[in-house]
Design a protein around this ligand. Structure first.
Ligand SMILES: Cc1cc2nc3c(=O)[nH]c(=O)nc-3n(C[C@H](O)[C@H](O)[C@H](O)COP(=O)(O)OP(=O)(O)OC[C@H]3O[C@@H](n4cnc5c(N)ncnc54)[C@H](O)[C@@H]3O)c2cc1C
Length: 328
């Protein structure tokens, strides 16, 4: 591991003062430390975020809730207010990792965890995400199970691995940030993560000198009808091959509002807006779910070796809508 300095600041001013492009914030360390051990991340300075004034609690207001950046994944999933008002978030978090990892993982760190593309981790092979301009081994390779079927480019076919972020995408969360130069900023969730296009090194639009201070969720009417369906190689402790978050507001059996997002399919959590538009105002019924699934699949463009994900996605999509309709 490359040598680095470690600092702990008592407040946000100190934390932000030391943030340069080569310094890294440390949350729970469950992703960053692994990447440092493998020589994939090589920060020269680690800025420990615990004790820096960042919040580790949930703030509840009539307009919604704010998760503190340091709130652990376990604390979010087990929080009674979250379970009552945003059960989709709790379900998605509990579908990921293990209890021990969720006890360490923070809200901010989860958003910025890096891809699990096997070629990103194999430092003997070229990877544009690790070393820009070297090429994408995954695009030519045969190990494409964990790679994209939509939104990819010739530069990179990696996917964002988070389960929690799929729920946050469906719930239209907002990411709260602060930086030395830009002050306080709020980034809508669909603009937080980015597609690879010609630059795969950056997974998000967070400026390099900014810290995530929290995640905001607006009050909504999806609490009674939501589901998270994750398809993976093992039933626990495995990343999604595909996942679907479905949130419905029903008026009798008519869909008044619907939000649909997927993980394991793209470089960012993916919203299925055409399917959402199609289903709005329709009956929550199997034939309509099947037609919406056709719209979803029509948008996908699998790689040479991951076409099987289309049928997994279709099944997960219809199951998530059926489970959401049935309700908690
Ligand atoms: C074996 C294993 C299995 C897993 N399975 C799953 C799974 O199935 N589903 C899933 O979703 N996840 C899974 N994970 C990933 C896990 O959820 C992430 O590692 C975790 O959420 C990262 O949070 P952290 O606080 O530990 O982040 P860290 O490792 O501390 O940091 C991650 C990144 O976020 C940055 N960062 C941290 N805090 C801030 C901040 N406040 N502002 C700006 N940048 C910040 C860091 O600099 C770093 O770049 C798994 C992990 C492991 C090790």
């Amino acid at each position: 591991m490359k040598p680095f300095s470690f600092s702990r600041e008592p407040d946000l001013t100190g934390l932000l003062r030391d943030k340069t492009a080569t310094a890294a914030f440390l949350g729970g360390g469950t992703n960053l430390v692994d990447l440092m051990k493998k020589g994939i991340a090589e920060p020269d300075r680690i800025l420990y975020t615990q004790g820096s004034g960042l919040s580790s609690t949930l703030q509840v207001a009539s307009s919604g809730m704010t998760l503190g950046a340091l709130m652990t994944n376990s604390a979010v999933a087990a929080n009674p207010e979250i379970q009552q008002q945003f059960p989709l978030l709790s379900k998605a978090i509990l579908a990921g990792a293990s209890p021990q990892i969720r006890n360490m993982a923070t809200t901010a760190g989860n958003l910025l965890q890096r891809t699990r593309c096997p070629y990103f981790y194999n430092t003997s092979l070229p990877c544009n995400k690790r070393e820009p301009g070297t090429g994408c081994s995954a695009l030519q390779g045969t190990e494409q199970r964990m790679n994209a079927i939509i939104g990819w480019s010739q530069t990179c076919v990696a996917v964002h691995p988070s389960d929690m972020c799929v729920a946050l995408a469906a719930l239209d969360a907002q990411v709260l940030t602060e930086s030395k130069t830009g002050g306080l900023k709020t980034i809508p969730f669909d603009q937080f993560h980015r597609l690879p296009e010609t630059d795969a090194t950056r997974d998000s639009n967070l400026p390099t000198d900014a810290v995530i201070t929290g995640v905001q969720l607006a009050a909504n009417r999806f609490a009674r009808h939501s589901a998270y369906v994750k398809v993976r190689d093992r039933t626990s402790y495995a990343f999604a091959l595909v996942s679907v978050a479905a949130a419905l507001e029903l008026d009798g059996s008519t869909i008044r509002q619907v939000r649909l997002a997927s993980g394991g399919v793209a470089h960012k959590p993916w919203r299925w807006t055409a399917a959402e538009q199609y289903l709005t105002g329709k009956k929550a019924a199997p034939d309509q779910f099947a037609k919406a699934a056709d719209l979803v699949l029509a948008e996908t463009k699998p790689l040479a070796h991951n076409g099987f994900k289309k049928s997994l996605l279709r099944g997960a999509f219809i199951t998530a809508l059926e489970e959401a309709t049935q309700g908690a």
